[in-house]
Design a protein around this ligand. Structure first.
Ligand SMILES: Cc1cc2nc3c(=O)[nH]c(=O)nc-3n(C[C@H](O)[C@H](O)[C@H](O)COP(=O)(O)OP(=O)(O)OC[C@H]3O[C@@H](n4cnc5c(N)ncnc54)[C@H](O)[C@@H]3O)c2cc1C
Length: 355
């Protein structure tokens, strides 16, 4: 990782959450010459910038594609060529509730980008220098943030490992939370810290998303190029489905026909606590109605994202209290797009190291 020698005393940061916001934040701090430790409760980095790897190929079951409007995001992607590629946006349609094409293009035409060969490559690649430097703690759920027992000017974190092990990490000058607003608020409440942050976080609204993954290897039979519609991706106005995409149409992906189907925010919220099997059955019926594909899939999986899409954002790029040395970032600060997560993480890091 290119480092800029610090012209000021290097400080020690804990970043909690290794989604794109946390990775962008941590790599910016490290590139500026500071000491960083990145904590992630999952066994891998990426958060919602996720890919499910199956014997039939991968599914981008979180972020489907991303757009690039901020030049700092563009520069960061350019600095690691080859891990993101354009995905033909001319295949995106807007459908009426019966699955008929209502509009042949999205209202705002712009390039659609995907990670290549899968979406999760981008955060994995950007976090690699941290991992190599021993600064990445995977499977480490931060349960408490408190003042350091040996130095009251610093912070220490308590983590719970996958195996039930508990660890205390002391000596941080600042702690930066890069997790969904509701989870960040709960952690601060549990730690009895920053009630003003908690109040702001509780005003953020985020919708869940049920996501269905289907694979149809039978479409590889001679004479068949794919099943169902000619388009590869669509915004849908069906009451259950908001988005569906043929994963195999993305660049660098395997040839087996695979679809990712996202339920609408309203339907997902209404059925948030339903039995996954019932949700799967309902979404499969809706998928058949929209695409006309009635073949039996060889692979079916369902995933519930409890914190998927920001409905009401914070309205500023981050929260930072220089006196306390506490901050928060995430897509929820600015909106619902992946780029919002990147910009939020970057701007929190820049605020935290400003002289
Ligand atoms: C189904 C779905 C589809 C989407 N489609 C698109 C799309 O097409 N285009 C687009 O631009 N955006 C899309 N998004 C949104 C995009 O994925 C998010 O904006 C972005 O990934 C959010 O990144 P983040 O770092 O803010 O949060 P996250 O990715 O949620 O990262 C937070 C991380 O914090 C970790 N964590 C939480 N609590 C703790 C703790 N106590 N200790 C340690 N770690 C913790 C979590 O495990 C997670 O890894 C989609 C999201 C979903 C769910």
């Amino acid at each position: 990782m290119p480092t800029t020698p610090a012209t000021f005393p290097a400080r020690s940061f804990a970043v909690i959450g290794a989604g794109l916001a946390g990775v962008a934040c941590a790599r910016t701090l490290a590139q500026a010459g500071h000491t960083v430790r990145l904590f992630e409760k999952a066994p891998k980095v990426g958060g919602r910038m996720a890919s499910r790897h199956t014997p039939f190929g991968t599914f981008d079951h979180g972020t489907q594609y991303f757009t690039v409007r901020d030049e700092r995001f563009s520069a960061a992607l350019d600095s690691t060529p080859g891990i993101s590629r354009r995905w033909s946006a001319n295949a995106v349609r807007v459908l009426d509730p019966y699955g008929r094409v209502a509009e042949a293009a999205l209202p705002r035409p712009e390039s659609h980008w995907v990670g290549a060969p899968s979406m999760d490559i981008v955060p994995r690649h950007w976090a690699q220098p941290l991992a190599e430097g021993g600064a990445l703690e995977l499977g480490a759920q931060v349960q408490l943030v408190e003042r350091d027992a040996l130095d009251a000017d610093c912070w220490q974190l308590h983590t719970l490992g996958d195996d039930g092990s508990v660890h205390v990490f002391p000596g941080f000058d600042a702690v930066l939370l890069a997790m969904p607003a509701a989870q960040a608020a709960s952690l601060l409440e549990r730690s009895r810290l920053a009630p003003a942050f908690v109040q702001r976080m509780r005003q953020v609204e985020v919708a869940p998303c049920w996501t269905l993954m289907l694979a149809f290897p039978q479409a590889l039979q001679p004479g068949l190029s794919h099943l169902g519609p000619q388009w590869n991706a669509a915004l849908s106005t069906h009451h259950r489905i908001a988005w569906l995409a043929r994963e195999s149409s993305k660049p660098g992906r395997g040839p087996i026909e695979r679809w990712t189907v996202q339920a609408s925010p309203a339907w997902s919220a209404e059925h948030a606590d339903d039995d996954p099997q019932r949700v799967e059955a309902k979404l499969r019926r809706a998928f058949a109605e929209v695409t006309g594909i009635r073949a039996e899939p060889a692979h079916v999986e369902i995933k519930r994202w409890r914190h998927a899409k920001t409905v009401t954002p914070l309205g500023r790029s981050h929260l930072w209290d220089a006196r306390l040395g506490l901050g928060a970032c995430g897509d929820w600060c600015l909106g619902h797009r992946l780029e919002h997560a990147f910009v939020s993480g970057l701007e929190l890091a820049l605020a935290a190291i400003a002289p």
